[in-house]
Ligand binder design. Structure first.
Ligand code: MGD
Ligand code: MGD
Ligand code: SF4
Ligand code: MO
Length: 738
């Protein structure tokens, strides 16, 4: 039975523990090593190092785990990886805590009370598998296999889960991109036929729209930007309504009016094209639709853009000149989380077009197509393609979007409406939709209308809290995963191998999937071991004993990388309809969208209201790290950033309790009055205000942004548009000691 304790006692007890840990860590040279260092026994203990890959965020940095006496003593960066460049961030370091966290789900759990009541009984694996298979079979018989959604977030074992959904016969595979980067990926694909990387290491001039690289870590971009801006003095122009750490390191920071980045980019295009500062040769040979673009941007002058963005026209003009002069070592960085506005796709496409016309494509310091390394594939028995249409009606609503990923919010809305058919089961892998989707009330309704919900997680997430059965996966440090090729300018193959055996009754996802497959009579499709899978993958690598090499060193890197220029040859065909870089897109026009990025001014908050914007902190990942006691030392709770002008008007001081109300929900949290945000916006950090009482540190601590975020989507990609939420703020309590 998982402990369900009273909140007050639990939090206090836990925080006392956290305070002790904080004191210990203060003495330690590095985060969180104190207890391990001081407990180091005098006698010789077996010490070994295991090469593996971090799983705390999508970067998959290379790790050398130090194991002492069977316990993970420390996680070190592995300098062999050109992707992580010898870096392991605070979150990667603190991942030891995920293994030894007392709040982990330690054995399978079956719901014993009402959904969300938090009453569970422990179960054997056989019981949990039988229970889930019975429900999945019943739903299939009654409503067809399309009545079960299989949703998951990227991870080295995601494929097995997705394949079980497909083998079961469901077309409703829902992946995370439409909560994250779908609009930016589609915009670059529609322009260049591929999603490229950005050569920050070698660029001389970088413009970033809210890509907060010094806090939202992407490897190698974060380290490369530090190197180029700090050591080489490359110029960084940064636009963000918040003064982030990246803003603090930039040469120029503009607190741009939210949702107007496209106006800034269109004005840059206006100047660069109007003054003939673009790369004429490259545009003539490699681009399609330049004359249409020239006519389109004529009216978007810097003076016009200044009114939209609040960035002075003279600065826009100067930045355009400097950018064109620095090209091809100049780039407009794409950003990664593009779940911002309902015209996000068009804004990202404007960036892509600006990059194209200055000729930085596939050049050192520019925008570079990803290199890849071929891996072998384990050939398993293929299943029949699902026959039913997708629940999210992608074909009709989002015909250009990536089919295999689905459109998450549209799926939720259709499930709630029961159209075009009922969905009664939800299988979730490595994902927390209760935190990651806007309007948590609706996500909870979606869970409640299911006949059956199963979650595979390492912790009791807020989604797991509403499930019928929770399958505990072994953490990534306790399991071996498939090899993964991480594409990029410096591509690598990464291995994740078991560092220590599971310390609780948990299993790797493949075994969880196989247990279910057996009971669903789908075993034939999953008839392999993880070792066989790895062997087949490694066979393709052009070195002897490739798997041994990977196990020893942690990575395989492509000899000779980086490569520039292979797609600049005259006979190169881009993977677009015209075979060229598409400044103008007939495909967009045919799908009923603007073939050139058309500007729509953002809807402004009503008088007295604020726009809620989102972002990250370097020491937390999404909604999954706020129960990590070491990371909680950096950010124990979240607060509401509020500009002093707005705070004065509302009579709010730092530390006061405020109520934040949107059209869909209301939360309470402490105010942080700061000039680091524009007066028309407010900000709160993600991942707090958990409903799951098992996560004792995060439960009911601060507020959950998903409670107040409204549902909005990008028109072309279906990406969630999180920054379209308006809130009202009111003081409800004084700061302690005020
Ligand atoms: N409000 C709000 N919503 C957002 C965002 C935001 O900033 N604010 N960001 C958006 C973005 S960019 C993204 S990418 C998504 C991310 O959305 P999610 O993928 O839902 O994010 P995580 O919080 O990383 O949650 C993943 C879950 O996986 C579990 N987990 C971690 N490791 C393992 C493992 O090895 N195995 C298993 N089985 N489970 C594991 C964690 O415990 C957690 O419950 O959220 C999006 N939604
Ligand atoms: N530490 C840490 N690193 C991470 C992650 C994490 O959870 N923690 N998650 C990883 C993942 S999955 C992703 S997708 C990336 C996300 O990384 P990024 O793509 O950098 O996105 P965010 O940090 O979510 O937010 C971007 C910034 O945009 C600003 N912003 C809001 N509205 C506007 C606007 O209208 N214009 C402009 N110019 N700026 C605006 C916000 O204030 C915020 O600072 O980070 C990755 N790296
Ligand atoms: S950036 Fe940090 S959390 Fe993400 S993979 Fe690398 S070390 Fe892990
Ligand atoms: Mo993301």
């Amino acid at each position: 039975m998982e402990p369900v304790m009273s909140k007050a006692i639990t939090r206090r007890t836990f925080m006392n523990g956290a305070a002790t840990a904080a004191a210990a860590a203060a003495l330690a040279p590095q985060l969180g090593c104190a207890r391990f260092l001081r407990s180091k026994p005098a006698a010789a203990v077996e010490t070994r190092e295991v090469a593996t890959a971090c799983e705390v965020c999508p970067n998959k940095c290379a790790v050398m785990a130090v194991v002492e006496g069977g316990r993970i003593r420390k996680l070190n960066p592995n300098p062999a990886s050109p992707k992580s460049r010898g870096m392991l961030c605070a979150r990667g370091n603190a991942a030891v805590k995920a293994v030894y966290d007392p709040d982990r789900v330690k054995q399978p759990l079956i719901r014993a009370g009402a959904r969300g009541e938090g009453k569970w009984r422990t179960a054997t694996w056989d019981e949990a598998w039988d229970f889930a298979a019975k429900h999945l079979t019943e739903i299939k018989e009654k409503h067809g296999p399309e009545a079960v959604i299989w949703s998951s977030t990227e991870g080295f074992q995601e494929e097995f889960f997705k394949n079980l959904g497909l083998a079961y016969g469901s077309p409703n595979i829902l992946r995370h991109p439409t909560l994250c980067l779908a609009s930016v990926n589609l915009a670059y694909s529609m322009t260049f036929g591929t999603v490229p990387s950005f050569d920050l290491l070698n660029a001389d001039y970088v413009i970033m729209s809210g890509a907060n690289r010094f806090e939202s870590i992407i490897t190698p971009d974060t380290m490369d930007l530090i190197d180029s801006t700090m050591n080489r003095k490359a110029r960084l122009v940064y636009l963000d309504p918040r003064f982030t750490v990246t803003a603090s390191k930039a040469d120029e920071w503009y607190p741009i009016r939210p949702g107007t980045d496209m106006a800034f980019i269109l004005a840059m295009l206006n100047v660069i094209i109007g003054e003939e500062r673009y790369d004429k040769e490259f545009v003539a040979s490699a681009c399609h639709g330049f004359e249409e673009l020239r006519a389109h941007v004529q009216r978007f002058t810097p003076e016009w853009a200044a009114g939209e963005t609040e960035i002075p026209a003279a600065n826009i003009r100067r930045i355009a000149h400097e950018f064109a002069d620095a090209a091809p070592r100049a780039l407009y960085y794409a950003g990664r989380r593009s779940s911002w506005y309902s015209n996000d796709f068009q804004m990202r496409r404007a960036q892509a077009i600006l990059n194209a016309i200055v000729g930085n494509w596939d050049r050192e310091g520019g925008v570079v197509p990803n290199s890849k390394i071929a891996l072998g594939e384990y050939l398993y028995l293929p299943w029949d393609e699902p026959t039913a249409a997708r629940i999210d009606e992608m074909e009709e609503r989002f015909p250009l979007a990536a089919k295999g990923d689905g459109v998450f919010l549209q799926a939720r809305e259709n499930v709630l409406a029961g159209k075009p058919y009922p969905v009664k089961g939800w299988m979730v892998y490595k994902q927390d939709p209760m935190s990651a989707l806007p309007d948590r009330g609706r996500t909870q309704k979606m869970l409640e209308q299911m006949d059956f919900v199963a979650v595979i997680d390492t912790q009791m997430s807020d989604t797991a809290w509403f499930a019928d059965v929770v399958f505990p996966e072994s953490t990534y440090l306790e399991r071996t995963d498939p090899l993964h090729m991480l594409p990029g300018i410096w591509p690598v193959v990464a291995i994740r191998q078991q560092v220590v055996p599971p310390i609780h009754d948990t299993k790797p996802n493949l075994e969880i999937v196989q247990g279910l497959a057996k009971r669903l009579e789908l075993s034939d499709y999953f008839d392999y071991t993880i070792e066989q899978w790895l062997e087949e993958q490694a066979k393709e690598l052009p070195i002897p004993n490739a798997l041994e090499h990977l196990k020893r060193t942690g990575v395989y890197t492509a000899p000779g990388a980086p490569f520039y220029g292979s797609t600049r040859k005259p006979d190169h065909r881009f993977l677009t309809r015209s075979g060229k870089i598409e400044l103008f897109s007939e495909r967009l026009a045919e799908a009923g969208h603007d073939p050139l990025p058309a500007y729509t001014p953002p809807v402004q908050p009503p008088p007295g209201a604020f726009r809620l914007i989102l972002g990250r902190k370097a020491t937390h990942t999404h909604a999954n790290s706020t129960n990590n006691v070491w990371l909680a030392e950096f950010a124990p709770s979240n607060d509401l950033w509020l500009n002093p002008l707005a705070a004065d008007r509302l009579g709010v001081a730092s530390g006061d309790l405020v109520e934040v109300r949107s059209d869909v929900g209301v939360v309470r949290l402490k105010a942080r009055v700061t000039e680091e945000i524009r007066p028309d916006c407010v900000f709160m950090l993600h991942g707090f205000g958990k409903k799951s009482r098992t996560m004792r540190l995060a439960y009911d601590n601060g507020a959950c942004d998903a409670d107040v975020l409204v549902t909005a989507m990008d028109a072309v990609s279906g990406n969630a548009a999180f920054h379209e939420t308006f809130v009202r703020v009111a003081k409800v309590g004084e700061a302690a000691g005020a």
